[in-house]
Ligand binder design. Sequence first.
Ligand code: IPE
Ligand code: IPE
Ligand code: MG
Length: 260
Amino acid sequence: MSRPPATSTDTSTSPVILPGVDATRLPQHVAVIMDGNGRWAESRGLPRVMGHRAGVEALKSTLRLCSDLGISALTAYAFSTENWSRPGEEVNFLMTLFERVLQSELHALEEERVRIRFLGDLDGLPDKLQQLIADASERTVANDGIHFNVCTNYGGRLELVRAAQRLAQRAASGDLDPETIDENSIAAELFTAGEQDPDLLIRTSGEHRISNFLLWQLAYAEIHVTDVYWPDFNSEALREALLDYQSRNRRFGGLDPITP
Ligand code: IPE
Ligand code: IPE
Ligand code: MG
């Protein structure tokens, strides 16, 4: 699936936003594990939750940059199915933060033609947040700008279990011949249905793991790990990630290098 850039501007001739980055060889879909908020705050003698608040600003500027660059989709990991195991105060702070940010940012997202979706088990979220998510998704569904996917109560294993359940139900009811199940049938049952797989995964704060994120979809993503804590992720850090991506040879199991 390919979409035109978020604006009608031809990115190959538009002013350079990030020096050195080739605007004609950008990833179409960037996924990001926004990690290190707590350590960012602790390193400043602040409570951990202040790092989450600062992380929102980094996400807003990253979304804007990706949109300006003409990147088609940004998928951000905001809250995992495992994050419920954190202290209740931190979890509550995060849920309230998501609600506040959705309320304060929805108008700007609409203006910038962003299509926002929330991926994950949304039924497990507080009622008020579920309502705000439904409203934001509905109000931006027809927007032709960047696809902004926020993974909230998301787990890659949960996603695959749900897909298996749905396919099994359809097979049991006679709607689906199990022999016809292929990769497309599974992809169509994932939260990300309709979105192309990420080309680039960025993880901040130096951890070299994927922590149950997009287990199916990251099969051939290029991975960039930076030591920068998420709240410090800025245009220079994004520039480094994109330059790293553009330095790779993608082979997809073959022998011929495919330069991004
Ligand atoms: C990522 O930052 C945000 C969430 C998981 C919600 P962390 O809160 O994991 O920060 P660190 O990794 O503890 O520093
Ligand atoms: C991954 O970060 C989840 C999100 C960024 C939302 P974690 O901080 O939860 O991951 P681990 O615990 O270091 O693997
Ligand atoms: Mg972490």
